[in-house]
Ligand binder design. Structure first.
Ligand code: HEM
Length: 396
């Protein structure tokens, strides 16, 4: 839907500003046997419960990694210790000092090159930015970054294997293993080597301190590639698309301070969450407020449904209203970054980099969205993908 107005006063209850909802309605599904929860309060109780363990895709296999598994798949005390140890890379201070510099420098480089060409493709720009920012946090800084972005992209074939026929999947698994090996030898191993010589302040240095074997470090790097790079690439394009489509929203974003720009982006993410389902398994009989779960039960928290639950988000849940969160006294991204012990540590990083990039992009002279993105669906990641959006601007 194209719109030139922000909701003011009584909203239209039929208004639906979501772009990804029709495709998500066809494609989002829970794992077999899971009880799906769309109620925000119950979803939050599940994600906050100490008895509900991570059960996301691949977790059974990943949990075999024991204490050296990726943070995403750990639970309990070991997970708490890991989160405490990495929290320092994600503090507001780390963002406003260290990471902000990478966001600004990379955005400037990308947009200067784009201006020289008179335009560019949005998902290519957003991917390069997301790779640069996450690479610095992880410590993947000892190889050529453009090449690394391509190598990571190649390993992501693995996320598409889930729905494939075995005839295609088995050779594809072999190809993915080759790409993962290449990512390891060209990017991860050089980063490990240089940090063994001289420790730095990043995730890989921390994993070396903890005695992680090289293979486990590779797997953690791939987790960050999916969790931090791929998600942010999609979100930046989605946010840009909403801003191009809605003149009033774009004007408010351009004039807004950090807090207002953040509120706008979080509200876009509420309507268009990149992650759709979070799975948890009950380790024992669990009390969940007014509900409960039996030992061994698999629950799937439907983020898309929780984010439009009128009880929590208020009236006209499908309308884009940047003042909603403040009015409802709720965290602006609602459940888009999860909740509880696994809540996304990179939430503020993702919003900040999107803000820094879009603020600069929208200031370019004669900026136009020449081609809207094609929207497809990735079953492995249970997420929308936006490709081929082209913007043009005055050449400089
Ligand atoms: C718009 C962008 C992003 C979205 C929508 C997003 C969403 C999420 C969600 C929903 C979770 C919770 C998973 C669960 O509970 O099972 C999560 C976890 C995680 N995210 Fe993000 N994320 C984004 C960006 C980032 C960035 C930029 C980084 C790092 C640079 C990052 C790193 C992580 C990690 C390491 C976890 C696992 C945490 C744990 O299990 O304890 N994410 N993310």
């Amino acid at each position: 839907m194209t719109s030139t107005e922000l909701p003011v006063g009584p909203m239209d209850p039929t208004r639906d500003d979501r772009k990804s909802a029709p495709l998500a309605a066809q494609r989002v599904h829970a794992d077999p046997g899971a009880r799906v929860i769309g109620n925000f309060r119950l979803g939050r109780a599940i994600l906050r419960s100490g008895q509900m363990l991570q059960a996301g895709a691949g977790s059974e296999q990943m949990k075999k990694g024991g204490d050296f598994g990726p943070v995403f798949f750990l639970d309990g005390d070991i997970h708490r210790q890991r989160r405490t140890a990495i929290a320092r890379y994600f503090t507001p201070r780390a963002i406003s000092t260290r990471h902000r510099l990478v966001m600004e420098r990379t955005s400037d480089e990308l947009l200067t090159r784009m201006q020289a060409n008179g335009g560019g493709q949005l998902d290519e720009l957003s991917y390069k930015l997301a790779v640069a920012v996450a690479a610095e946090i992880v410590g993947l800084t000892d190889s050529d970054q453009a090449g690394m972005a391509r190598r990571i992209q190649a390993t992501l074939l693995g996320t598409r294997l889930r729905g494939m026929h075995p005839v295609v999947r088995i050779p594809a698994q072999a190809v993915t293993a080759v790409h993962a090996l290449r990512f390891f030898s060209r990017d991860v191993r050089p980063a490990i080597r240089s940090r063994r010589l001289e420790r730095r302040d990043d995730v890989i240095s921390h994993l070396i301190d903890e005695g992680y074997p090289d293979k486990a470090i590779l797997i953690e790097c791939m987790t960050y590639a999916v969790a931090g790079m791929v998600t942010t690439r999609e979100f930046i394009v989605m946010a840009a698309w909403h801003l191009f489509d809605n003149d009033a929203l774009r004007a408010r974003f351009a004039a807004g301070d950090d807090a207002d720009q953040t509120a706008i982006l979080e509200e876009i993410l509420r309507l268009e969450p990149v992650a759709a389902m979070l799975h948890r398994r009950a380790s024992g009989n669990a009390e969940l407020g007014t509900d409960s779960a039996k030992e061994g039960e698999l629950l799937a928290v439907n983020i898309r449904a929780a984010n439009v639950d009128p009880e929590t988000v208020g009236e006209c849940p499908h309308a884009l209203d940047p003042d909603r969160a403040e009015r409802m006294k709720v965290v602006g991204s609602f459940m888009s970054f999860g909740d509880g012990s696994h809540r996304c540590p990179g939430a503020q990083v993702a919003i900040s980099e999107t803000r820094v990039f879009l603020d600069r992009l929208l200031r370019l002279p004669d900026l136009k969205l020449e081609r809207t993105p094609d929207m497809t669906w990735c079953d492995g990641l249970m997420s929308y993908e936006l490709r081929g959006a082209r913007v043009s601007c005055a050449r400089a």
